[in-house]
Design a binder for this molecule. Structure first.
Ligand SMILES: [Zn+2]
Length: 355
């Protein structure tokens, strides 16, 4: 079997380290929740709603992309809705043959509208996602996200809940959002505490912003992973720093195109950086908003971003290595990958075993 068709790619086991729950909500589910709770939306039509919450014919633009989250922000009405979208996000990943998923979300995103306690939201998301993970036989862990474009006082209830619950509920911590207009400084003391309690740290940087943000994330905040980091290519000394520190880059091709981080996938630097030995991984970011999945991202990597089939093995190996898990747990993930039929048989054009 050579990797030729979407079905071939779909059948391969995958790891997604960078997927936002907020960007994984099925439009039909969103509409149904609104209808059954009598929550008014700007449109009652699924197609019209998709244009508001998904990237359709929008021009590539970072802030336009972020605006796709607007309708979700003041929405979440109850526990059942939150558990449902968490379940479905993992269900969608399972159907895409993701075997290990680090799902990230901001507790306050789901808590704010209805004044839920952040800790309760965390329990509901965990319950919904773990239920799907058990049903479909994949592993899911969680990364807590804060949006840097919201004031610290808005983010604080979520941060405090995460620090209190720590590794019982999360493996990592992330700062996302508008890196052009909002520096990380207000979050610095909390990022230190996150590391003290043993959570992995990944920071969105070098997406809308430049290589300087990637350098800052690595040097000042000691991030082990960078969300996107595409613009690291603009500064050789930062590439060298990332190589020396073994920093992982969570790249997301479709998202990077839609946010105008790159002008085209042919010009995406992921392949060049991979060939230079940087720890590159491929992920989905916001599969529903971007109307993609990891199979589609792999397909685009091969067809447009100059990846070779063997590179899919490398990014999978990198993803296992970079997972926010203890080494013995990573070994289990590798064993899961090896149990999948054909995955261990190295043939021409087909990724071999992840080791
Ligand atoms: Zn992201």
């Amino acid at each position: 079997m050579a990797v030729q068709t979407r079905q071939d790619l779909q059948a391969l086991p995958k790891i997604d380290l960078h997927r936002h729950l907020e960007g994984s909500v099925r439009p039909a589910t969103f509409l149904e929740i609104a209808r059954t709770r009598h929550i008014p939306l700007p449109t009652d039509d699924l197609e019209g709603l998709c244009r508001l919450i998904q990237v359709t014919d929008d021009p590539p633009d970072f802030l336009q992309f972020l605006s796709k989250f607007d309708l979700f922000r003041g929405f979440w009405p109850d526990r059942e809705a939150i558990e449902r979208v968490a379940f479905e996000a993992v269900e969608d990943a399972a159907q895409d043959h993701v075997v290990y998923l680090e799902l990230r979300y901001a507790p306050v995103h789901f808590a704010r509208k209805s004044c839920f306690r952040a800790k309760d939201v965390i329990e509901w998301v965990t319950a919904g996602a773990r239920c799907a993970a058990a049903q479909y036989g994949l592993r899911v862990e969680f990364i807590a996200t804060v949006a840097r474009h919201y004031p610290l006082e808005v983010n604080l209830p979520g941060i405090e809940a995460v620090l209190e619950m720590g590794r019982d509920r999360f493996v990592g911590f992330d700062v996302a959002g508008d890196e052009i207009h909002f520096p990380l400084d207000p979050f610095e003391p909390y990022l230190r505490r996150v590391k003290e309690i043993g959570l992995g740290l990944t920071l969105h940087a070098g997406e809308a912003g430049g290589a300087g943000n990637v350098r800052q994330a690595i040097e000042r905040f000691q991030a082990e992973r960078i969300g996107h980091g595409v613009h690291v290519i603009q500064d050789e000394s930062t590439v060298q720093l990332a190589l020396q520190r073994g920093v992982t880059f969570e790249m997301c091709l479709t998202s990077n195109l839609q946010t105008a981080t790159v002008p085209s996938l042919a010009l995406h630097p992921a392949k060049d950086l991979l060939d230079r030995g940087l720890c590159i991984t491929l992920n989905t970011d916001d599969p529903s908003i971007s109307r993609t999945n990891l199979t589609r991202e792999w397909e685009l990597a091969l067809s447009e971003a100059r990846f070779l089939p063997s590179d899919l093995l490398t990014v999978s190996r990198n993803a296992v290595q970079a997972a926010f898990l203890p080494e013995r747990e990573k070994s289990k993930i590798r064993q899961i990958l090896l149990r999948i039929p054909n995955y261990g048989q190295k043939e021409s054009g087909l990724p071999g075993p992840v080791s």
